[in-house]
Write a protein that binds this ligand. Structure first.
Ligand SMILES: NC(=O)c1ccc[n+]([C@@H]2O[C@H](COP(=O)([O-])OP(=O)(O)OC[C@H]3O[C@@H](n4cnc5c(N)ncnc54)[C@H](O)[C@@H]3O)[C@@H](O)[C@H]2O)c1
Ligand SMILES: [Zn+2]
Length: 365
């Protein structure tokens, strides 16, 4: 097991990463000084696969565990579900010393984190992420929240976990489509911060997508990515705006998610968005063609989702205009300078965005 220290000024915490560490969860939570009573929040799918060892480990370590299950779909990540869960916590007698454990993907983590942030004005919480997206992204950084009928993730709070416990063995039950979507964020991390990680992916992307990496390689990969997310989040405390680089591929990606009415998984849309951002950087002369080719080749091997040609380029381009990161009528994009280094660029025109969307459509109809 390796431990990554997240050195936030007011609330430092540890991320433990290891293959098969779930049975040690109780011991790790005791060492973190958490109270005796815990609400373990998870979804039905994850409960069927991984709840047993998690709950047993906690009980054996002396914790009183209340199990809370919900549907776990993005459409259930809302205030109504949160309210139902509040009721269960009140009936179970949770007090201010109690805490919440999120066992699941980003949906469970966001909702359980939001419940922990707001129940009794905030109780501690622990993340046990079970998807790649959650292990390398959603569980780190303290963003919690729920969707509103008028938009995703509009209601929420920052609430840092006390501990993140990543068992990479849990990924073996994940469907391939979810693995690929998660690896999109991994490619993004490599592209924005880490050329050596990018080179590792160029050697191993097929093995990663079918989870045929050796346990120590998988641990290395997940830990490297958790470290990148944590480092960006910590640096952003002082140098605000740095966190924005995590949005590489996300402006066009979000627009595609919205224009397709969420017909793509988030990570799939980000794959298309990175190809689009690559095209803008290339056309601006910021990024050499050979480097853009390396990105697009890697994404092609990971698997670019089909069907973008069926959507209207106008609609996608229009949806980028409603992106919250847009400034003064021009677009703000994260663009690559070289593999491992990006820049935040203001003043991208509608025409550039539209041309990039059409490029992605031509390449991946
Ligand atoms: N807070 C943040 O910073 C942040 C960052 C990125 C994404 N998010 C949020 O995360 C959510 C997406 O998270 P996600 O991609 O993890 O998807 P998810 O939570 O919807 O999980 C995907 C599916 O996989 C199942 N699953 C989870 N773990 C499994 C396992 N080990 N084996 C088999 N099946 C498993 C789930 O039940 C679900 O059906 C979105 O709501 C998004 O807004 C938040
Ligand atoms: Zn993302």
């Amino acid at each position: 097991m390796q431990t990554i220290a997240v050195a936030l000024e007011h609330r430092p915490y540890a991320i433990h990463v290891g293959h098969g560490i779930l049975p040690r969860l109780g011991e790790l939570c005791r060492a973190a000084g958490l109270g005796r009573q815990v609400a373990l929040i998870t979804d039905h799918t994850v409960a069927g696969l991984h709840l047993g060892p998690a709950a047993t480990g906690l009980r054996e370590a002396g914790f009183k565990v209340t199990e809370v299950l919900f549907a776990g779909t993005d459409s259930a990540k809302n205030l109504r579900t949160a309210e139902e869960i509040f009721g269960q916590l009140i009936r179970a007698g949770l007090d201010r010393k109690a805490w919440v454990l999120a066992l699941g993907g980003g949906v469970v983590g966001d909702l359980a984190g939001f419940v922990a942030a707001t129940f009794l004005r905030g109780i501690p919480f622990v993340q046990v992420p079970t998807t790649i997206v959650a292990q390398v992204d959603a569980s780190i950084g303290g963003k919690t929240g729920v969707n509103h009928a008028l938009g995703k993730n509009l209601i929420g709070a920052f609430h840092q976990p006390r501990l993140v416990c990543i068992d990479t063995a849990l990924l073996h039950t994940l469907p391939r489509r979810e693995l690929v979507a998660g690896l999109a964020e991994v490619v993004k991390h490599a592209l924005i911060r880490d050329a050596a990680l990018f080179a590792f992916l160029e050697k191993n992307i097929e093995k990663a997508a079918s989870l045929e990496l050796a346990p120590d390689q998988l641990d290395w990969l997940i830990a490297a990515n958790a470290r990148i997310k944590a480092a960006v989040v910590v640096a952003d405390e002082k140098e605000s705006q740095l966190r924005a680089i995590l949005n590489y591929g996300h402006t066009i990606g979000h627009a595609i998610e919205s224009a397709s009415q969420y017909g793509y998984l988030h990570g799939e849309a980000v794959i298309l968005g990175m190809i689009g951002a690559g095209e803008i950087a290339l056309q601006r002369g910021m990024w050499p063609a050979a480097e853009r080719e390396r990105q697009d080749q890697l994404l092609a091997r990971l698997g670019v989702p089909p069907g973008l040609g069926r959507l209207s380029a106008d609609l996608i381009a229009e949806r980028t205009r409603t992106d919250k990161k847009r400034l003064d009528g021009r677009h703000r994009f994260v663009l690559a300078r070289c593999i491992g280094q990006v820049e935040i660029v203001d003043g991208i025109s509608d025409g550039e965005v539209r041309a990039a969307v059409e490029y992605v459509q031509r390449q991946h109809p």
